[in-house]
Write a protein that binds this ligand. Structure first.
Ligand SMILES: Cc1cc2nc3c(=O)[nH]c(=O)nc-3n(C[C@H](O)[C@H](O)[C@H](O)COP(=O)(O)OP(=O)(O)OC[C@H]3O[C@@H](n4cnc5c(N)ncnc54)[C@H](O)[C@@H]3O)c2cc1C
Length: 298
């Protein structure tokens, strides 16, 4: 059945048993065996795969490092894995970097540090999670307490929609709305969200990281409709991201580390508000089991 798709792909289509089993799991406890795995080499491969999946009514699941903990990177249809080929840095500028979705965050960090730059969201899975997956999950890390999560760093996205159209998403001013697909999407969202902004702002939790559903609280910003933010945290449900422009910032000039001891976790938790008042850039709890392990290790 997949011969037709394999024939037109520049990348690979794998439907042998071993590969399908290898892609049946991610970092979650779930297991679903896919029909096949596509390793796209370029945007045409992604569009052809999406069109094939749609025409044949086969579900399609985007996958980066497969480190998601909720079973989001597995599925019964086609898995499209970006980590093999679509993993390049396309441009590094003073304030931004443009990457393909399959680049591992840890690798990107290593390269950016040479420019004295970084992208603050730092999941502890950085060495084995991709930027595409981080956009999909609105990933964050220990530094979120000061710097926010992925949604605060995504500037622009190229996305393949379910009808195979490739769109370029960037913030659009209301007076710039036009008849393009992006313009129509932005106008639709503006009309839908603007009258409900008070309710949205009242009901959305005021937390530094939120990956629970579409971030409709972040899309309308005065007269700007920030379309990319709709896709951050959308877990691949709205389209497949094939190019990402991210804000990068200077590495801090100085760093200090404070180590505070507490008798138990509850006591530590009761001091968090006082610690936050000092505006730390990161907060981590090291519990007794880790300290015990450190004591017995070399
Ligand atoms: C040990 C461990 C520690 C972790 N620590 C953290 C942490 O500190 N903070 C945190 O936020 N998370 C953490 N996670 C969860 C996970 O690593 C992150 O959410 C990570 O960003 C997922 O990236 P990934 O490349 O593995 O994505 P995947 O798991 O492959 O995919 C995640 C989601 O993104 C979608 N997706 C992937 N690529 C694309 C694309 N190109 N277009 C559209 N959608 C796409 C997938 O369909 C899926 O819905 C941790 C996980 C583990 C196992």
């Amino acid at each position: 059945m997949f011969d037709r798709l394999e024939y037109i792909l520049k990348g690979e289509l794998l439907d042998d048993k071993l590969t399908r089993f290898a892609y049946a799991s991610d970092a979650s406890a779930y297991e679903i065996i896919p029909k096949c795995v596509v390793l796209p080499k370029d945007v045409d491969d992604v569009i052809n795969t999406v069109n094939f999946a749609r025409d044949n009514k086969i579900p399609i699941t985007a996958r980066g490092g497969g480190s998601g903990l909720a079973g989001q990177a597995i599925g019964e249809g086609i898995i499209i894995d970006f980590s093999r080929y679509m993993n390049k840095i396309l441009k590094i500028d003073k304030d931004y970097v443009v990457v393909q979705p399959g680049i591992y965050k840890g690798l990107l960090d290593e390269i950016l540090i040479k420019y004295n730059k970084f992208i603050p969201p730092d999941p502890s899975s950085s060495n084995f999670c991709t930027v595409g997956g981080m956009v999909g999950t609105n990933a964050s890390g220990a530094h979120t307490v000061k710097y926010g999560s992925m949604i605060d760093y995504v500037l622009e996205l190229d996305v393949v929609l379910s009808d195979g159209e490739l769109i370029h998403l960037k913030p659009i001013k209301i007076e710039e709305l036009d008849n393009s697909r992006e313009g129509k999407m932005a106008e639709f969202l503006f009309k839908l969200l603007k009258p409900n902004l008070d309710l949205i702002n009242k009901r959305f939790p005021k937390v530094s990281k939120n990956s629970c559903g579409y971030r409709i609280d972040k899309i309308i910003n005065n007269d700007v409709i920030d379309l990319p933010k709709l896709f951050v945290g959308s877990e691949g449900t709205l389209g497949i991201v094939i190019k990402i422009k991210l804000k990068i910032i200077d590495m801090p000039k100085e760093k200090t580390l404070s180590l505070l001891g507490f008798n138990d976790t509850m006591e530590a938790a009761s001091h968090i508000n006082k610690i936050l008042a000092l505006k730390p850039s990161a907060l981590e709890i090291i519990d007794k089991s880790i300290i015990d392990l450190a004591r017995i290790s070399d």
